[in-house]
Design a protein around this ligand. Structure first.
Ligand code: ZN
Length: 72
Protein backbone atom coordinates (compact mmCIF):
# COMPACT_ATOMS: atom_id res chain seq x y z
CA UNK A 1 0.00 0.00 0.00
CA UNK A 2 1.13 3.47 -0.87
CA UNK A 3 2.32 5.14 2.33
CA UNK A 4 0.37 8.31 1.56
CA UNK A 5 -2.83 6.30 1.39
CA UNK A 6 -2.00 4.58 4.63
CA UNK A 7 -1.29 7.91 6.32
CA UNK A 8 -4.74 9.11 5.31
CA UNK A 9 -6.46 6.10 6.83
CA UNK A 10 -4.28 5.41 9.87
CA UNK A 11 -5.37 8.37 12.04
CA UNK A 12 -8.99 7.31 11.62
CA UNK A 13 -8.46 3.74 12.78
CA UNK A 14 -5.47 3.83 15.15
CA UNK A 15 -7.92 4.28 17.98
CA UNK A 16 -10.94 2.05 17.62
CA UNK A 17 -13.77 4.31 16.37
CA UNK A 18 -16.19 2.39 18.56
CA UNK A 19 -14.48 2.23 21.96
CA UNK A 20 -11.28 4.25 21.60
CA UNK A 21 -8.96 1.31 22.28
CA UNK A 22 -5.60 2.03 20.66
CA UNK A 23 -4.07 -1.37 21.31
CA UNK A 24 -3.52 -4.17 18.83
CA UNK A 25 -2.21 -7.64 19.55
CA UNK A 26 -2.64 -9.76 22.68
CA UNK A 27 -6.32 -10.15 21.95
CA UNK A 28 -6.95 -6.40 21.99
CA UNK A 29 -7.42 -6.03 18.29
CA UNK A 30 -5.75 -6.44 14.94
CA UNK A 31 -4.44 -4.20 12.22
CA UNK A 32 -3.58 -5.67 8.86
CA UNK A 33 -2.29 -3.78 5.88
CA UNK A 34 -2.25 -5.48 2.51
CA UNK A 35 -1.59 -4.15 -0.98
CA UNK A 36 -5.15 -2.86 -1.31
CA UNK A 37 -6.86 -3.84 1.94
CA UNK A 38 -6.80 -2.30 5.38
CA UNK A 39 -8.34 -4.34 8.15
CA UNK A 40 -8.84 -3.15 11.73
CA UNK A 41 -10.62 -5.17 14.34
CA UNK A 42 -11.08 -4.62 18.05
CA UNK A 43 -12.08 -6.75 21.00
CA UNK A 44 -15.25 -4.67 21.32
CA UNK A 45 -16.49 -6.24 18.10
CA UNK A 46 -15.53 -3.48 15.72
CA UNK A 47 -14.55 -5.02 12.40
CA UNK A 48 -13.49 -2.75 9.58
CA UNK A 49 -12.21 -3.84 6.22
CA UNK A 50 -11.58 -1.35 3.47
CA UNK A 51 -10.44 -1.80 -0.10
CA UNK A 52 -8.49 1.33 -1.03
CA UNK A 53 -9.14 0.78 -4.72
CA UNK A 54 -12.69 2.00 -3.93
CA UNK A 55 -11.25 5.42 -3.18
CA UNK A 56 -9.19 7.11 -0.54
CA UNK A 57 -10.86 10.40 0.19
CA UNK A 58 -11.43 11.05 3.88
CA UNK A 59 -15.14 11.25 3.19
CA UNK A 60 -15.23 7.78 1.65
CA UNK A 61 -13.21 6.26 4.45
CA UNK A 62 -15.35 7.94 7.10
CA UNK A 63 -18.45 6.55 5.40
CA UNK A 64 -16.96 3.06 5.44
CA UNK A 65 -16.09 3.39 9.13
CA UNK A 66 -19.63 4.58 9.85
CA UNK A 67 -20.99 1.51 8.06
CA UNK A 68 -18.79 -0.74 10.16
CA UNK A 69 -20.06 1.00 13.32
CA UNK A 70 -23.67 0.71 12.18
CA UNK A 71 -23.28 -3.03 11.64
CA UNK A 72 -22.07 -3.68 15.19
ZN1 ZN B 1 -13.17 -1.13 20.08
Amino acid sequence: MNVMIYLTIAPMINDCPNCGNSLVGNGEGTLKIDDDIVERTCKCGFDFTYDVTKGTSKKQIKEAIKEALDSL
